[in-house]
Design a protein around this ligand. Structure first.
Ligand code: C5P
Length: 401
């Protein structure tokens, strides 16, 4: 089994229908492909299959109630909505499709769909007459216009004895279709180089100066670049993260190492994204032996400036499309635009780090993408989802370039 869905968080919504038993199998397929799965069931779904079965298969408690304080305290509807990289509703009954179309929030599943900004997919399952009903067909047109993916239904014998369209697709086919939602192919044939994480600047053999960058944003961008079909090189400072599948990672420690690896990558680089939190300065010299504290009440370390990696990339002869980050606490867009011009970048991702809920070390982020003549605000989202949105804007701007 491959890991096409490794690190993917799939929220499986189960609505009421005889096909609900197939969602048990779907959970297994998704987990086989590496996904983490959480389940939300409607009230009607629980008439067909028990939450306990799906809890045992997914490994997590199943969420069923919008108004249960205990469940909300564990993982509330907003948290579930933010957690998901994709919401898969399988089976999606005619009633669920109708409520989704209306934008209702009358149970946990529809509310999570309303509150989430991630892709949503439905696997319709219903009697063939209900499927062909103009109301259902009109709802499906609306959902499609909203970008909701539709997988199936298949045709064949139905539980009620009818024959026709309305059978939920096979779990294997659904799992493959879910994988394909993540493969955008926007950067097919391109090479993307991404710097990520902090750098460490040695003071002596045991000490260094560094920062709190987790590398999460850069790693999420690397995943999104692979999903977009790009050959992806990740030049990473020390982090606790493992590289996404199909990403080539070069490990570096200091800003100088990162600079060299970055400049070496330019022969074959179409888009360069600098998400690393590069130390601006490094000790002028590294003490050969551990510095002793005895007899000292203060100490000072002479620092010299590190190379500006992204500015050097942007000034290179063979210049790729260059994307930087600007983490600011005030006048975010103005400062970002200044940096765009000063460093001669093509696009800058402005990040307001005055808000502790987003940015450095947190799970979520919100950014504005700034070019010389455009501004695109991407609202708060998980770093995974945001990375996908960022890559989409980068791909569009790059192709315009
Ligand atoms: O100048 P400042 O550090 O605010 O710029 C941030 C942007 O520049 C980020 O994209 C960061 O990765 C990049 N940078 C770099 N080399 C440095 C400092 C910053 O590539 N020495």
């Amino acid at each position: 089994m491959g890991g096409q869905l490794r690190n993917r968080r799939v929220l499986l919504g189960v609505s009421g229908g005889i096909a609900a038993y197939k969602s048990a199998e779907l959970i297994r397929r998704l987990i086989d492909l590496g996904a983490e799965v959480r389940v939300v069931m409607t009230k009607a779904a629980q008439e067909f299959i028990t939450p306990l079965t799906l809890q045992a298969l997914s490994g997590f408690p199943v969420s069923t109630d919008l108004l249960d304080p205990e469940a909300e305290a564990a993982m509330g509807h907003i948290e579930l909505a933010r957690w998901a990289d994709l919401i898969m509703i399988a089976p999606a009954s005619a009633d669920l499709i109708s409520r989704l179309t209306l934008g209702q929030g009358d149970d946990l599943l529809t509310t999570v769909c309303l509150a989430s900004r991630c892709p949503i997919a439905i696997a319709p399952a219903m009697n063939q007459a209900m499927w062909h009903h103009p109301a259902t067909q009109a709802n499906l047109v609306t959902l499609k216009e909203r970008g909701i993916h539709q997988f199936g239904p298949d045709s064949g014998g139905q539980a009620c004895g009818d024959v026709g369209l309305g059978r939920m697709s096979d779990p294997d086919d659904l799992a493959q279709a879910i994988s394909s939602v993540f493969q955008t192919r926007l950067l097919e044939g391109k090479t993307v180089v991404i710097t990520a994480g902090p750098t460490r600047e040695a003071i002596d053999p045991v000490r260094y100066i560094s920062n709190h960058s987790s590398g999460k944003m850069g790693y999420a961008l690397a995943q999104a670049a692979v999903d977009a079909g790009a050959k992806t090189l990740l030049i990473s400072g020390p982090t606790n993260l493992s590289a996404p599948d199909y990403v080539k990672r070069i490990d570096v420690i200091s800003a100088d190492d990162m600079y060299k690896a970055s400049m070496n990558s330019l022969d074959e680089c179409d888009i360069f994204i600098a998400s690393a939190a590069v130390a601006d300065f490094r000790p002028a010299s590294i003490a050969e032996q551990k510095i002793k504290k005895t007899g000292q009440e203060t100490m000072s370390v002479d620092m010299i400036k590190n190379p500006d990696i992204i500015a050097s990339v942007a000034a290179a002869n063979k210049r790729p499309y260059v994307v930087g980050f600007a983490a600011e606490t005030q006048q975010v867009i103005d400062y970002a635009r200044d940096k765009l011009i000063r460093k001669n970048l093509d696009l800058i991702i402005a990040n307001d780090v005055s808000n502790p809920d987003i940015g450095f070390n947190s799970e979520n982020n919100a950014v504005t993408l700034v070019t010389k003549d455009s501004e695109t605000a991407l609202p708060e989202n998980s770093k995974t989802q945001l990375a996908r949105d960022i890559l989409e804007v980068i791909a569009a701007q790059y192709s315009r370039n």
